[in-house]
Design a protein around this ligand. Sequence first.
Ligand code: FPP
Length: 231
Amino acid sequence: MNTSNKKELPKHIAIIMDGNGRWASERGLNRTAGHEEGAKVVRKITNHCNNIGIKYLTLYAFSTENWSRPKLEIEFLMKLLEKYLKNELHIYLDNNVRFKAIGDISRFSKSLQEIIKKTENATKNASGLTQILALNYGSQDEILRAIKRLNEQDLEVTKQNFENCLDTSGIVDVDVLIRTSGEIRLSNYLLWQNAYAEMFFVNTFWPEFTTNELDDIISDYQNRERRFGGI
Ligand code: FPP
């Protein structure tokens, strides 16, 4: 990507990584093979975003609704996440990447919760990209938890106080929302934070999504006029 482009880069890119299962089925493989391939693309896209100067990349890795999947697929995804995070720690540190999780991780196994906390802690001072994984994340759940926090702290209901109680507190709103695999819906993803996001729906299945395709989306974004309700 031509990073000398004077037009502003998006600060925050959020992705719904969809199509792992269909990618695998088309190849006569088990759905889990699609998730495994998808994890490689997570690494590639994260690295690329860090290299070109994106500040926040939020990836939908497991939703509050994904618990309704077959037990074996859920177990596989949990193991894959654990393996990914263990393996990634030195890569984050070497590349100045900060890691953060959003969502209610209390439903995960103790070992997965521990590796999430450990990775957040170890990378908290990194100043490059912040990679945010949405884990047991659902926007409606996040909003309800935020309202509970507001009540518990007896805070006035203002936009600022509410945003401070969201999992994404301190993180700028989404500039670019991407969903792969041809589905055109938000699926309970960052409903508040996507208020003025530019949206891109591409047909590519997540395991085939490339850095070139991301660069094309960023160029397209840079040519869009954002008015935020003004004229
Ligand atoms: C959606 O595809 C994908 C998921 C629900 C999980 C996303 C997980 C990964 C990309 C891999 C693991 C992530 C990390 C961070 C290591 P789908 O299974 O719904 O595909 P389908 O719609 O074709 O069935």
